[in-house]
Design a protein around this ligand. Structure first.
Ligand code: KQY
Length: 371
């Protein structure tokens, strides 16, 4: 059973745990729309299967699949990965799925944010998005978790927390007039305190250059553990990413987190710059109501867009020139987890990466304590 609650998580003693805290599992969606994924989404489906298979080494994975492709997907996805029929407009579970919150009595609930396809009719990426906006609710039904229907437009990729009261956001996305017009920075901070249990909000400026989500934090920077942040970085001062990452670096060095700590910031190399090839662009169907994809367009590739699983980190492989160094640095940041690289280019062509297509279900605090 999943009740819809009219309170907020913080008022009920719930907070969002960090991604690096133990998980009960992971949710994904099946990509199929031909106006976002080339060649009828076949290469993207292979990439999603590789991600799901890598994550399933560490924790149970469920993929939501539209009814029309259920049998086809079942024949291709390994049997130990659960498939459930679930309609959606595209396949970004991070953004359309619930953000789970827990309390210290062993309960788990979910926040169902309002979703507007990254900007609604003012720069959003497709129309309609009605099925996406139902995904979180359906996942919460299947998980038997109570639901908070948020008043805010938000996406899971726009927030990162350390689980100890610190929230990382970008101004470019969260203050964008195409999300919650009329709410000031202060009002948004108060909202996120109520929804996520955050006490300290750290604002970075812009997200990764040319990121079509209006600069999601999950492509730019993330917490590795409390007090430690990974940041996408380039030393090339002529690259537009340099100014963005430099600004983030300075802001991260100026702040204290919710526990009063200074942050240690670790740089991950930026791949590329990567661009969509003519062949890749030709494979995508152009349709009214969906963002057009063009040859030569710069892709917002980033190694920060990884998924932290129980005992593992699943990292997108994006550029043979930088993959090895990125994997080494990530392995050094997570000495107790196995780092697994999975080809990420096909996911990047759709506008995001591994973090964007996954959503963790945290273990409850009681489960973590073995109760
Ligand atoms: O950054 C994410 N969390 C999602 C990327 C969505 C791209 C939509 N085409």
């Amino acid at each position: 059973m999943s009740r819809t609650l009219s309170t907020t998580p913080a008022a009920d003693g719930f907070w969002m745990p960090a991604e690096f805290a133990p998980h009960a599992g992971c949710w994904m969606l099946w990509p199929e729309r031909p106006d976002n994924w080339r060649e009828g989404a076949r290469p993207a489906q292979d990439a999603f299967i590789a991600v799901a298979t890598a994550i399933a080494r560490f924790e149970p994975v469920t993929i939501g699949v539209g009814g029309g492709q259920f049998e086809f997907a079942r024949a291709r996805v390994p049997a130990h990965i659960r498939l459930v029929e679930l309609s959606s407009n595209d396949a970004w579970m991070r953004d359309v799925g619930p953000t789970f919150v827990v309390d210290d009595r062993g309960q788990r609930r979910g926040i169902d944010w309002r979703f507007n396809a990254w900007g609604g009719l003012d720069g959003g990426l497709y129309f309609p998005w009605d099925q996406d906006d139902l995904v979180a609710r359906k996942v919460l039904e299947i998980e038997s978790a109570d639901r908070y229907r948020a008043t805010l437009v938000n996406e899971g990729g726009a927030i990162h927390v350390d689980g100890e009261g610190t929230l990382l956001l970008t101004e470019q996305c969260v203050l964008n007039a195409n999300r919650n017009p009329g709410l000031s920075r202060g009002q948004l901070e108060a909202e996120f305190r109520a929804w996520l249990g955050a006490r300290t909000v750290i604002w970075l400026g812009e997200g990764v250059f040319n990121d079509e989500t209006d600069g999601h934090i999950d492509n730019l920077a993330c917490f590795v553990r409390p007090g430690v942040v990974a940041l996408t970085w380039t030393d090339n001062r002529r690259d537009p990413q340099y100014r963005i990452s430099r600004d983030a670096w300075e802001r991260l060095h100026d702040v204290r987190d919710a526990r009063g700590r200074r942050l240690a910031v670790h740089k991950l190399p930026m791949p590329g710059p990567l661009r969509m090839t003519a062949r890749e662009a030709r494979g995508i169907v152009t349709r009214d109501g969906a963002k057009a994809r063009r040859a030569g367009e710069r892709l917002a590739g980033s190694y920060v867009n990884f998924y932290i699983a129980n005992g593992g980190v699943v990292v997108p492989l994006l550029d043979a020139r930088t993959d090895a160094i990125a994997l080494r640095r990530i392995a050094a940041l997570f000495p107790r987890r196995k780092v697994v690289g999975v080809p990420g280019r096909e996911i990047l062509l759709g506008g995001g990466n591994i973090h964007c297509i996954t959503q963790q279900v945290p273990a409850t605090v009681a489960a973590r304590r073995g109760r």
